[in-house]
Design a protein around this ligand. Structure first.
Ligand code: CP
Ligand code: NVA
Length: 328
């Protein structure tokens, strides 16, 4: 993977995806032993962010620092991009100075153009369409719990065509998992795309399906996954989504309907940030949205392992594309 970008999980073969997850697991072990091997020593990384971030930004900064690289945060108003300088010019300048670029923003085409012009590895740290580094951490968290990915059943409940679920779909398909995207018809992903991905999933021993009834969709699930009902940039759709997605809230009753709550074969995942209580400006009056506090704080919730795994998987990605050793 040396020198390559990651814009969506389609950029990785099944073997490369598994190799990255294995590298992330090794890096996690080394970090637990407080080992610092300088796998990214003297590398420089630009973090070009149009949208806000807690986990992805902090994972990039800490992963870089732990292996000897320097990360420079370039927020929306910090550089000339868009106001006084075009994207191709900014990309070429950054490409002459840095070793890698992480980009978070709105239009997916921006990260595509950045990769085209920069000439150095570019990692998609979230666009309106895709969130590939999130899916890497999701898969690592699932593997840690179950020891495998193939054959496991994931049900995602919520906005069925956002960046997080589409990336999870690509990852699950490559790894031979059975994924149900449970969402209202209005928020379902492109059926042609689902057919295509389902064929890839079947070739790997899995399946990808869209369903609309949450109780039926969670039957047999090992992983319940949800995300916010309106993503960054969709603030105007918020009220409409509240009406549309209320029946898709992940509750203890839904967890119970999986049939796997009692036997310990169930985990709850959420990419975070999550609206699970009254403690945010958005939920102070209206209360929990996509998941109840009971599920979020339950013993089967793995959301903070998942958040930590952002570091190990992002580190694996940077080491694989820029590292001082041929590790992947
Ligand atoms: N899950 C995730 O990408 O979180 P941030 O928006 O905080 O980076
Ligand atoms: N779908 C969410 C993910 C945040 C990490 C968003 O794009 O806002």
């Amino acid at each position: 993977m040396r020198g390559r970008s990651l814009l969506t999980l389609s950029d990785l073969t099944q073997e490369e995806l598994v190799a990255l997850l294995e590298l992330a697991a090794r890096l996690k072990e080394r970090r637990a032993q407080a080992r610092r091997d300088g796998l990214l020593a003297y590398r420089t990384i630009a973090l070009l962010f149009e949208k806000s971030s807690t986990r992805t930004r902090c994972a990039l900064v800490t992963a870089a620092a732990e292996e000897g690289a320097t990360a420079e945060y370039l927020g929306l108003h910090d550089i000339h991009l868009g106001s006084k300088e075009s994207l191709p010019d900014t990309a070429r300048v950054l490409g002459r100075m840095f070793d890698g670029i992480a980009f978070r923003g709105y239009r997916h085409d921006t990260v595509v153009q950045l990769a085209r012009y920069a000439g150095i590895p570019v990692w998609n740290a979230l666009t309106d369409d895709w969130h590939p580094t999130q899916a890497l951490a999701d898969l690592q968290t699932i593997r840690e719990k179950f020891g495998t990915l193939r054959g496991l059943r994931i049900t995602y409940c919520g906005d069925g065509r956002n960046n997080v679920v589409k990336s999870l779909i690509l990852g699950a398909a490559k790894c031979g998992m059975h994924l149900i995207d449970c969402t209202p018809p209005e928020l379902a992903p492109d059926p042609q795309w689902i057919d295509e991905i389902n064929r890839c999933a079947q070739a790997a021993g899995g399946s990808i399906r869209v369903m609309h009834d949450p109780v039926a969709a969670v039957d047999g699930a090992n992983i319940l996954y949800t995300d916010v009902w309106a993503s960054m940039g969709e603030e105007r759709q918020f009220q409409e989504r509240l009406q549309m997605l209320r029946p898709y809230q992940v509750t203890m009753a839904l967890a119970s309907a999986t049939g796997n709550l009692e036997n310990g074969r169930l985990i709850f995942l959420h990419c975070l940030p999550a609206f699970h209580n009254h403690d945010t400006d958005v939920t102070r009056e209206i209360g929990p949205l996509e998941v109840t506090d009971e599920v979020f704080e339950s013993t089967f919730s793995r959301v903070f392992d998942q958040a930590e795994n952002r570091v190990h998987t992002i580190k694996a990605l940077m080491v694989a594309s820029l590292g001082n050793e041929e590790v992947v």
